[in-house]
Design a protein around this ligand. Structure first.
Ligand SMILES: [Zn+2]
Length: 152
């Protein structure tokens, strides 16, 4: 009886979660609780998991204390499920995941691969929404004619 209630509360919490993130390659869900989970690697080959807040524009990151993120350093980001590299081929600085928003619409999300650089882009067919204090950084790259948007 008690476990059924706990399960019910758990389902309610899941429903309450506005944004669902998934890997563009294997389609596995990448968010657990309020965190978007990445597997990451520094240029010095330090590897670990990064928990990033699922709220767009919130840059709270949690890692294991032994996996210390270095400010200003570029990391490689991977899907924690299939290990597909999420840094874009055509722009290594941008990390790509898919997101299903509260209306069930799938959009592309890009974040910076540089620790301490705060920018997020929500990319839909004809529109790019930018979040974060460093949002201007890649706006020139993302501001391209529509016919090229599909290659982003
Ligand atoms: Zn994957």
């Amino acid at each position: 009886m008690r476990s059924a209630l706990i399960q019910y509360i758990y389902i309610l919490k899941q429903l309450d979660m506005p944004n669902n993130y998934s890997c563009p390659e294997c389609k596995s869900k990448m968010n657990v609780g309020n965190s978007l989970v990445f597997s990451a690697k520094s240029p010095d080959n330090e590897r670990g998991l990064i928990f990033l807040d699922t709220e767009l524009g919130n840059y709270t990151k949690t890692t294991h204390p032994e996996f210390e993120l270095q400010e200003g350093v570029e990391y490689k980001f991977y899907c924690p499920v299939c290990h597909f590299k999420l840094n874009k081929e055509e722009n290594f600085h941008l990390v790509k995941v898919h997101m299903t928003d509260e209306n069930g619409k799938e959009v592309e999300i890009n974040i910076s691969n540089i620790i301490g650089e705060y920018c997020t882009y929500k990319i839909q067919e004809k529109k790019v929404e930018a979040f974060g204090p460093d949002a201007k950084r890649y706006s020139n790259y993302l501001d391209v004619p529509d016919e090229y948007r599909k290659y982003l």
